[in-house]
Structures are given as C-alpha cells and as structure tokens.
Design a binder for this molecule. Structure first.
Ligand code: MG
Ligand code: ZN
Length: 374
C-alpha cells in the first residue's frame, strides 16, 4: 500500500513512467522502484516425480482443474545428472539448490564431493528467513539438498546434524528417529535444536495444535513421523497446514523487508510412480495442487512473492492411453524408476518471466538468484 501511494505521488509529479523509474537518477533516489521490480520472497514448490503424465492425470481426476493453470510463465528444464541422463532426486535437488550438475546420490556437493553453497544458506546470509516442508522425512534427498552437504543421500543421521549448522527458521517433515534415536551416536538433536532457540514438536501432537500453541516461537521445527510420513490416502494431514502456516510464520519474521525463502515438497507423488500406483499419484498430486492454490492466493495478495513450481524428474514413465476418459483413465507405466523427460516449470510473480524457455535444471538456481538481484 505504501508503495502504491508513493507511485500515485510520483505520478502526479512526473507521470508514472515505470521505465524511467527503474533507472535511478542522481536527483531522485528511486530505490523503491528498482526494488519493486524484484521479488521480496521466493516460494519454491517441488512435486517429486511430477511429470506431464502425473499433472495430466491429476488434473483430469480433479474435475479437470489444477491451480497450475493460474501461472503466467512456463518453461522446461533438462533434469539429467552427471552420472546419468536419468537423475535421482538428490542430484536434481542439488542442481536446484546450488546450481551445479552432480552425481546421483549427492546432497549439496559437487562432482568432487566438495560442499557447494545452497540458495537457502545464501538467503540466510543475506538476512532472509527460510523454511523447508516435505511429506517425506525432512532429511530425505529433496529437502536435504537445500541445507545439508553429504556425498550420500543415505547418511540421514549426518544430514540431520546439518540442520544445526544454519539458522533455518521453520521446518516440517518426518524422520524424528534420525534426530533423537540415532545409530551412530547418542546425540539428541531435538534437544540441541531446542538449546539453539527452536521450539520443537513431534508427531506425538497434531501439527495444527502445535502450530497454534507456538505462533510466537522464534524458530520452529516439527517432526511428523519417526521415519517416512504416511501417504495422504492413509491419513497424513499435515502437509497443507504446514505449507500455509510456513508462509505465515516466515512472512511475520521477515524483518526490514528482507523477505523469505520457503521450499515445500510434495514428496510422495514420486513414491506413487515407483509403486506404479495411479491412485497414489493422483491423491498426492491433488493435495499438492491445493498447496499451490493456497500459495498463489497468498502471493497474489502479497504482490512481492515469486512462486515457482517444478519437479525434479518424472517417475514411472506414466502416460494416458487410448480408451481414457476424463473421469476414468487408462494409464500405463514403462518402469518403476525415474524417466528422463524434460520437466515443466511454472512461475508467477515478480521476475516470473525469467522462467520461460528451455534450460538446464541448474538454471532454476541461477534464475532465483537473478530474480533476487544477487
Ligand atoms: Mg523427494
Ligand atoms: Zn524417486
């Protein structure tokens, strides 16, 4: 609102020529307008294993509706890793998080297994607040690559330790066991996080109740399951409120307009693909679509938030076959593994235009940085 009024004021003085305004002159320090052309916040939504087949089936079986149709800009990324034309989620998420191509299994490390800075870590250094939400364990490949550095995605206990090395403000996902009942040592990382200023909760409570009781927490972590959370069809109900409350929590803590970065993963669309289970894919997609919808509702009102939706890769070679009708699909899978198809990217908000075109998966990182003016 303040900026809008400022614009009206300037319009009366100079006429509202936005081109002129984005080039500050010595007389008029119009930093507000330079700033306004870039986002304050970035929300990155990753549907693991969500290729075009998953989006198509999920949309048709959701009454031919998807929040993805609200996006203004679309592109395609090339998901291959250095190991293989068929990436895994670890290499793919490392490409998004750090802008490097690396080997399958790598978490936040390059081809020589050397740590590479992540967008989340850089955002923290620049005074932004950050969050990670997933329907897998929080130490699983996709969220892990934004916060941890490890040559193997399977070193869950070491990945959990890396949560103590950043100032991430908000995280929600499964994997409590890797924090407090560890095989490699006797450490209780939940206690250590509490000592560091986190309000920590676990699946022994309902996430919604925990959030309500702790809205004034400085930093918040919630571990939703001992290991993997349930599929949404079996009663998992935290992902949607964890995403919407994450936006609220982080925006309230974004000081001096420094903004926030939040990554939310619909982790189990991929697991439906591995299981060759159409219903698993579709129910997970529809839940993720609801998160996209609520995120866009918030971001459109905010006006300063860039929302990006993509997937790391497709899973299962899932396609719609002849005989399909919109409410009853005939689908096939070509494997129980990932496929190598290009992956759609959707963007809306300030600098969304950067995401049009065909580019490497590493460009997601580059474009997020460019959007922020880094
Ligand atoms: Mg994943
Ligand atoms: Zn997978």
């Amino acid at each position: 609102m303040k900026r809008f009024l400022f614009c009206i004021g300037l319009f009366m003085l100079f006429g509202c020529d936005t081109k002129k305004m984005s080039q500050p002159t010595p007389e008029t320090e119009m930093n507000e307008f330079v700033f306004e052309t870039k986002p304050q916040n970035i929300i990155l939504l990753i549907g693991d294993g969500m290729g075009i087949g998953q989006i198509t089936a999920g949309t048709y079986l959701n009454g031919n509706k998807t929040a993805l149709s609200r996006f203004t800009h679309m592109g395609l990324h090339k998901p291959y890793s250095t190991t293989s034309l068929i990436t895994d989620s670890a290499a793919a998420a490392t490409s998004f998080a750090s802008g490097v191509k690396t080997f399958n299994g790598a978490i936040g490390v390059d081809m020589d297994s050397m740590p590479v800075p992540t967008f989340l870590e850089e955002a923290e250094q620049k005074g932004m607040v950050t969050g990670l939400v997933a329907s897998s364990t929080i130490v699983h490949a996709t969220p892990a690559a934004f916060i941890a550095h490890n040559a193997s995605r399977r070193n869950y206990e070491e990945i959990a330790e890396d949560f103590l090395k950043t100032e991430i403000e908000y995280f929600v996902g499964g994997g409590k066991k890797f924090f407090d009942r560890r095989d490699k040592d006797e450490r209780n990382l939940i206690k250590e996080l509490e000592a560091k200023g986190y309000t920590m909760g676990t699946y022994l409570e309902e996430f919604k109740d925990f959030y309500k009781a702790n809205t004034s927490a400085k930093k918040m972590g919630f571990l939703t399951a001992d290991k993997d959370p349930l599929p949404v069809s079996q009663g998992r109900d935290y992902l949607i409120p964890a995403a919407s409350n994450g936006i609220r929590f982080l925006s309230q803590r974004s000081m001096d307009n420094n903004g926030f970065f939040l990554m939310v993963e619909g982790s189990q669309i991929d697991w439906g693909g591995h299981a060759n289970d159409e219903n698993y894919i579709v129910t997970e997609f529809i839940e993720f679509d609801k998160i996209i919808e609520e995120t866009l509702d918030w971001a459109e009102k905010d006006g300063n938030t860039l929302v990006i939706v993509t997937a790391d890769h497709e899973t299962g070679g899932f396609t719609l076959q002849p005989g399909s009708q919109m409410d009853s699909l005939v689908t096939t899978f070509t494997s129980t593994k990932h496929s190598g198809d290009f992956i759609p990217v959707f963007a809306k908000g300030p600098k969304a235009e950067l995401f049009s075109g065909i580019y490497e998966n590493t460009a997601i990182y580059d474009k997020m940085r460019e959007a922020m003016g880094w």
